[in-house]
Design a protein around this ligand. Structure first.
Ligand code: FAD
Length: 336
């Protein structure tokens, strides 16, 4: 663990890379661990890696706060926090080697979002290099520290287009006294109405999986009352990821088997992970469109599903125009 804050001089290579690219009219894409980026269609943009920007800067167990450099692998931070009985419940479901910065930049919802909330809810402070090559800090450890625009929320889910995240401060919580996975053949809606704040409820072809986190006695009492059986967690599909209105998730999970797709639908979150042939995934794309959602296909090279950029988002465009007028930083999902 390092207790020295990231100095502006440590960020000089990133400032230089952005400033030079902007002057020369080139584009940059930020790479963390590459667990998602390396599986997306390649772009012409030059890659800036955060591999050298690692280390835990400050962990204050008594305040439930940790500050880390963005290129630090999530697994490293998790191990440090676990030794103090703490966690930041923004779990990366897949993505071996994924970094804290990548997790914030993608902000993909995990099944535990049902109870734990979104990635941005755990982000207190962020230090970043903007598309103009400026080093800026936003947010604060206490609410009173926060002034100006809420850049933390803009960075979360920005896919690298708002700035290079250099350092983040995350809110923590104690690890629940006991957590366990259960399964049942009852439908998710029946289970959800009987459980008090389940951590995750996931619909799969093998049945409904439930993750409970609480005091051991309460956990057992809930599981027994809802007729749940102890189980390993479900297998997570890794090829594609649909995001849609949680109220329409059941329409997707009941359609998926008819197309021969393996699926894991996060109830109450509106996310469904999918595996299948390229034909089945192309059909899933059309199905998710018709339900008003978006399908993100990872492994586009291995399964040649047509790449469809997300629809233009006017507000995101205005934010990017303000923070990166020359469009130096490219989100991999956004064509120029
Ligand atoms: C198939 C698959 C499905 C997944 N689904 C889920 C899910 O449903 N729920 C969940 O919780 N997790 C999910 N994850 C895991 C997780 O969201 C990512 O794997 C991981 O956090 C990305 O980290 P990375 O360092 O590998 O990022 P990269 O793959 O390197 O980059 C991903 C994106 O983040 C940007 N980025 C990376 N670092 C920075 C930085 N420092 N500053 C600015 N931008 C940056 C990149 O430009 C790129 O746009 C999934 C992973 C995979 C592979």
């Amino acid at each position: 663990m390092s207790d020295a804050a990231t100095q502006t001089t440590d960020l000089a290579p990133f400032v230089d890379a952005v400033t030079t690219a902007r002057t020369e009219g080139r584009q940059l894409v930020v790479r963390g661990g590459g667990s998602v980026l390396d599986r997306l269609p390649p772009t012409e943009a030059e890659v800036v890696s955060t591999a050298g920007l690692t280390g835990v800067i400050d962990h204050r167990p008594e305040d439930l706060v940790v500050t880390v450099r963005a290129g630090t692998p999530i697994a490293e931070v998790e191990a440090l926090l676990a030794a103090h009985g703490q966690e930041c419940p923004i779990e990366p479901l897949a993505g071996h080697g994924s970094t804290v910065g990548g997790r914030i930049a993608t902000a993909l919802a995990g099944p535990r979002q049902l109870q734990a909330g979104r990635v941005r809810d755990w982000l207190l402070r962020v230090r970043l290099v903007t598309g103009e090559g400026k080093v800026t800090t936003a947010g604060g450890v206490t609410v009173k520290d926060v002034t100006g625009y809420d850049l933390c929320r803009l960075v979360s889910g920005s896919w690298g287009s708002v700035g290079i995240v250099a350092e983040v401060t995350l809110k923590l919580r104690p690890i629940p006294p006991r957590s366990a996975w259960f399964t049942t053949d009852r439908p998710a809606f029946a289970v959800l109405s009987e459980l008090y704040r389940p951590a995750a409820v996931v619909t799969t072809p093998e049945g409904t999986f439930v993750h409970l986190e609480e005091h051991p006695d309460d956990l057992l009492a809930q599981a027994t009352a809802a007729g749940l059986e102890a189980a390993d967690p479900p297998r997570w599909p890794t090829t594609a990821r649909a995001a849609l209105d949680p109220a329409r998730l059941a329409e997707l999970t009941s359609w998926a088997p008819t197309a021969g797709l393996a699926y894991a639908g996060f109830e109450g979150v509106g996310v469904c992970l999918l595996d299948g042939t390229s034909e089945a995934l192309a059909a899933a794309g059309a199905q998710v469109d018709s339900l008003g959602g978006r399908l993100l296909v990872l492994d586009g090279g291995a399964t040649p599903v047509p790449w469809r950029p997300p629809p233009e988002d006017a507000m995101a465009e205005r934010v990017r125009a303000a923070l990166d007028p020359h469009r130096t930083l490219l989100a991999p999902r956004t064509p120029r």
